[in-house]
Write a protein that binds this ligand. Structure first.
Ligand code: ADP
Length: 190
């Protein structure tokens, strides 16, 4: 099963992807986590990405594609994967399709986690207190939400037009949302 998880910052992609990974037995690939690992390692790429991420802007498409290509070339992805945080704009959606076509592993389904803006802001604020992520400050959050509306929301239509979109209501407790996602995923495979 090759899944793409779409949703605004704070929509619960990371939380749900971690559960889905166990339920489906496929790796969870979070581009945000991959980037944070580069930043933590102090690599050249990490140094380049750090300031961009702190501002809540998108790291370059070229860097992301290279990183993703690398990750998808690892053998654990032969059973499928859950992509979390990619694609984040239409250029990335096209690049992903190109890449997956080349390796004969097209996306099966994109799941959109739908959560209203007010709740997103509340969730990120409480996560900021718990985790202290350097991009969870108010200005960066505003930017990330704007980037989502301007650049990532069109990706939802991209998958809808290709008949590959499932929209899941992302409000409720974690188990409830998870059950909805599983239902959408299993329904699409039937
Ligand atoms: P969130 O969904 O809460 O914004 P992520 O961990 O997915 O958190 O992403 C954190 C940051 O990493 C983004 O704001 C962006 O700077 C960078 N990033 C992650 N994925 C991508 C991507 N596909 N393209 C460009 N930048 C990305």
């Amino acid at each position: 099963m090759r899944l793409v998880l779409l949703g605004a910052p704070g929509s619960g992609k990371g939380t749900q992807a971690a559960r889905l990974k166990d339920a489906l037995g496929v790796p969870h690939i979070s581009t945000g986590d991959l980037l944070r690992a580069e930043v933590a390692a102090g690599s050249a790429l990490g140094l380049q990405a750090k300031a961009v991420m702190e501002r809540g802007e998108l790291v370059s498409d070229q860097i992301l594609l290279g990183m993703l290509e690398d990750r998808l070339s690892r053998p654990d992805t032969s059973v499928g994967f859950i992509l979390d945080g990619y694609p984040r704009n239409l250029a990335q959606a096209n690049a992903l399709d190109g890449l997956l076509e080349r390796i004969g592993q097209p996306v099966d389904l994109a799941v959109q986690l739908d959560v209203g803006t007010e709740l997103l802001i509340q969730r990120i604020a409480s996560r900021a207190q718990l985790e202290g992520r350097s991009d969870d400050n108010p200005e960066s959050v505003r930017n990330r939400l704007r980037v989502y509306t301007d650049q990532t929301a069109p990706v939802i239509d991209y998958y809808r037009e290709r008949g590959k979109l499932a929209c899941v209501f992302g409000v409720g407790d974690m188990d409830e949302v998870f059950a909805r996602i599983l239902k959408a995923v299993r329904g699409s495979a039937a």
